[in-house]
Design a protein around this ligand. Structure first.
Ligand code: DHB
Ligand code: MG
Length: 240
């Protein structure tokens, strides 16, 4: 398990995309991850190369990656759409979860991040089942809509948070009944409860919560998490 709190604090970039975490949270993540989650060399390399992306340390934790992979398999998902690739760490978890006959399409703004991800996917042996679309995710998603691609079974929304509402709208055009939609980073150290927050990422989460709440076709819940990334959480939604 990476990044105990002291190491994180002594590294100028390590906390950038994480929230403050109590040592106990690291210890518990470490305990469960060591016991239950096997990260092979390719996943470790992908996680470590996250430091070279435009958002160091924003990748999901190992136990969260395993959670997402289990959700993918429990849902029987064969086609996964991911908003926000970075180094491809969660992409590898999804690609392995869908299996050799599955498909992952992942949307990444930055060409340099996509290049790092490409190498990580290659190393992980899943490059053949993953397509990285480079450019603004809203444009890439629109391209998929225009191409009338086969619907996705699971969508993971983990890109620029102010655009969450647009990403949900696109996801609803790219999925059908039974599809699962997961949003990362919906708690943000508790800031999500502040309606007057001047953080556009918080407002992006709050706006998409309103959209989900008012959409009769979506059943949803949200779970707070604590761990190596601090205090944050997921929304899990399902299309009726
Ligand atoms: C941020 C984004 C993420 O996807 C993440 O996991 C953590 C932080 C951010 O935008 O700050
Ligand atoms: Mg995230």
């Amino acid at each position: 398990m990476s990044n105990p709190p002291d190491a994180a604090q002594s590294n100028g970039t390590a906390l950038t995309n994480r929230y403050p975490a109590a040592p106990e949270w690291f210890a518990v993540d470490d305990y469960f991850t060591t016991a239950l989650v096997s990260e092979d060399a390719a996943l470790v390399a992908a996680r470590e190369s996250g430091a070279a992306t435009t958002m160091p340390n924003a990748e999901v934790a190992a136990n969260q990656g395993a959670f997402l992979a289990l959700v993918t398999q429990i849902a029987g998902a064969r086609r996964v759409l991911e908003f926000g690739t970075l180094a491809g760490y969660s992409t590898i978890w999804f690609a392995r979860a869908v299996g050799p006959d599955g498909r992952v399409v992942t949307l990444e703004l930055e060409p340099a991040n996509a290049e790092i991800a490409r190498q990580n996917l290659q190393r992980a042996g899943v490059a053949d089942r993953v397509e990285i679309m480079v450019g603004p995710a809203a444009q890439s998603a629109q391209k998929l809509i225009d191409q009338n691609v086969e619907p996705f079974d699971l969508v993971f929304i983990d890109a620029d948070k102010p655009n969450n509402p647009g990403y949900l709208a696109a996801s609803l055009q790219l999925t059908r009944s039974g599809a699962v939609i997961v949003f990362d980073n919906v708690v943000r150290n508790g800031a999500v409860v502040d309606p007057d927050s001047d953080d556009p990422r918080v407002q992006g989460v709050r706006a998409v919560v309103d959209d989900i709440a008012s959409n009769p076709d979506l059943d949803a819940t949200a779970l707070q998490t604590v761990g190596v990334k601090g205090w944050d959480g997921f929304i899990l939604a399902r299309r009726r």
